[in-house]
Design a protein around this ligand. Sequence first.
Ligand code: SF4
Length: 326
Amino acid sequence: MYPFSFTKVSNTRDALNAGRRGGRYIAGGTTLVDLMRETVERPGTLVDISDLPLHGITVTERGSLRIGSLVTMTEAAADTRVRTIFPVISQALELSASAQLRNMATIGGNIMQRTRCTYFRDVTAACNKREPGSGCAALEGVNRSHAILSASDDCVATHPSDAAVAFAALDASVHLLGPDGQRKVPFSDFLLRPGSTPNREQALRRDELITAVEIPAHPRPLKSGYLKVGDRQSYEFALTSAAVALHVRGGVIREAKVAAGGVGTVPWKLPAVERHLIGERPSDTLWAAAAEQAADGARPLEHNRFKVELLKRTVERQLRIVGGSR
Ligand code: SF4
């Protein structure tokens, strides 16, 4: 470790002031403290925001679900409204990390967590995300766990959050508070693709706070679920994953929400799969045909070609689990 200062705030005004002066927000600390130990991150000032009033889960008048950014992963996964309305979120959270980490980590921190690319965490390796312009060791190195979709010539790291895949599938938004007031950013615009600036990961200004994640109301009944495929069943990041939500009425799929994890530099929405499903009757044949389009546009690397087929099978299997086998 190295010297840094630490301050705790109890209201959003003080938090924003501290952020404007260059302080880094910390709550659960499950990502940032690790990275500080490894000297990957070296913030001069930590601002503890865990006392801010951002701990609630509410259902709004419009029927959307709003999860405060300081709600822990455990609290969100166990909440009856989350479990009932959007089981895909509960399942994604419960399949993440360990029980101890889920007790500490917050929803805001979860979507802000940084990549598990081993070269990013090795300060002796070239990494454009950690040190812009230094190169990308993963391109010629071991890239089995890296992205096959939305990568650039400068970075091929995947986003590690499972919950973010569920949020992306459900077209969630992120609520932000800054000196100029509040704003709401669609989840698909909040996490940034690497392009030529992989060090910029979120559409979040330095002095802004995440206050909540909001999932819009969807027609009911909505059946949903999350499937994660990894090298181990627990405490492992996804090689592939699929978040699926389906609204079926009169025997026809009226709404389909599908996203994949472990394959993109950001949670990867699958609009071609969604379009293939809408207006059709559920069947095993349909699930297989829709999933064929899950890896459209994939550009695999030397060690992760297996992800193309694995992604299709993961999506097909989760469509069958949520939509039924027939
Ligand atoms: Fe760094 Fe991204 Fe390359 Fe990993 S993939 S070494 S995070 S630039």
